[in-house]
Design a protein around this ligand. Structure first.
Ligand code: PEP
Ligand code: MN
Length: 359
């Protein structure tokens, strides 16, 4: 049976676990044996070649570490997966006997690299998991699946690992759940595994993101695990021990998947989508307030009043005029804009009243 079918049809969540990077034979074997005791763990991961954002961080041990992962797979009777980013990686991984390949976020973003890997796999039957690109571009993600399909690779799974942001806020990579949800709408045949480790960057947030993924009906989770997470050579803050993984999985609440049969379930799914949209509204309002503070700074430097009556009237009029596309009433848009304006004035007043730093 295809891996994608096992993930879709098997018990949820299908868990992929193992270290961010393979560091030693002993490290890979010990953590893989530990996580394998958990029956939800169905696939072992370890990074062999690490795509790092900046040079001079640990870039993976390379080929020497492939047999460590393969041996851990044999010892636990579980299949193995690693990230490949070019043809050489593919050839080495296949030769070593890795069972499943995954394409990293920094590779999905590059159609040349994706095509090179797809071409290297022509005529070979192997499951491939594709992480979302680091930028929030659904088309690029869809395009990567299509490149593999055109090369004859049809056992495909998506991994949602969040999207890069300029400044880290709560999460290392913002989940932008609307994108994997849109992927599910376009390609309901592809199972989605959520990678809360790379979304959060912090082990204390893994449970809440894993729970959200389950509530959105994602099929699986990829969670980085390490015998001694704080000492990990890469992604130390987000890795958990085998016990940490067990804790997270035992606390997950799994709601009914049979949503269409059950009105209650359908309502839950819709409400979860609504809460995702609410999060986006807050994200957008936060960004709006930041811009408004920048305007406040200019007003302060140029001794302008906070309230510019004519400008505000134009803003209200244009928003009311544009509202038609969104099926919103004039009264609602007026109230909403007034509330936003009040909050914006509060932010600008704060900027206005900040004492100048004495130089
Ligand atoms: C990883 O899974 O270790 C990894 C590098 O992930 P990503 O491509 O999501 O950054
Ligand atoms: Mn990692």
């Amino acid at each position: 049976m295809k891996l994608a079918d096992k993930i879709s049809r098997g018990e949820r969540p299908f868990v992929v676990a193992g270290p961010c990077s393979a560091e030693s034979e002993q490290q890979v074997m010990s953590i893989c044996k530990e996580v394998a005791q958990n029956s939800s763990v169905k696939l072992l991961r370890a990074g062999i070649w690490k795509p790092r954002t900046r040079p001079n961080s640990f870039e993976g041990l390379g080929e020497i570490a492939l047999p460590w992962l393969v041996n851990a797979g044999k010892a636990t009777n579980l299949p193995t997966t690693t990230e490949v980013a070019n043809k050489k990686h593919v050839e080495a991984a296949l030769k070593a006997g890795i069972d499943v390949l995954w394409i990293g976020a920094r590779t999905t973003v590059n159609p040349f690299a994706v095509q090179e890997i797809a071409d290297a796999l022509k005529g070979i039957e192997i499951p491939v998991m594709i992480k979302n690109p680091i930028n929030p571009d659904l088309q690029l993600w869809l395009g990567a699946f299509e490149r593999f399909e055109q090369a004859g690779i049809t056992d495909l799974t998506a991994i949602h690992r969040g999207f890069s942001v300029y400044k880290h806020a709560k999460y290392r990579n913002v989940p932008s759940w609307q994108i994997p949800i849109a992927l599910k709408e376009e390609r309901p045949d592809l199972p989605i595994i959520c990678d809360p480790s790379h979304i959060t960057g912090r082990r204390d947030l893994l449970l809440e993101v894993s729970q959200k993924a389950m509530d959105l009906n994602f099929e699986g989770l990829m969670i980085e695990t390490h015998p001694n997470p704080d000492e990990a050579w890469s992604d130390a803050a987000q890795q958990v021990t085998g016990d940490g993984l067990k804790d997270i999985l035992s606390q997950l609440v799994l709601r009914s998947v049979e949503v269409s049969e059950d009105l209650q379930g359908m309502m839950k799914e819709l409400r979860t989508k609504i809460s995702v949209l609410d999060d986006r509204i807050f994200e957008i309002l936060g960004a709006r307030m930041e811009l408004s503070e920048e305007v406040g700074q200019l007003k302060r430097e140029n001794s302008l009043t906070i309230l510019q009556q004519d400008h505000w009237k134009q803003v209200i009029d244009s928003r009311i005029e544009n509202r038609g596309d969104y099926r919103l009433t004039q009264q609602f848009v007026r109230q909403l804009m007034d509330a936003i304006h009040q909050e914006s004035i509060r932010h600008q007043t704060k900027v206005m009243n900040t004492k100048k730093q004495s130089s």
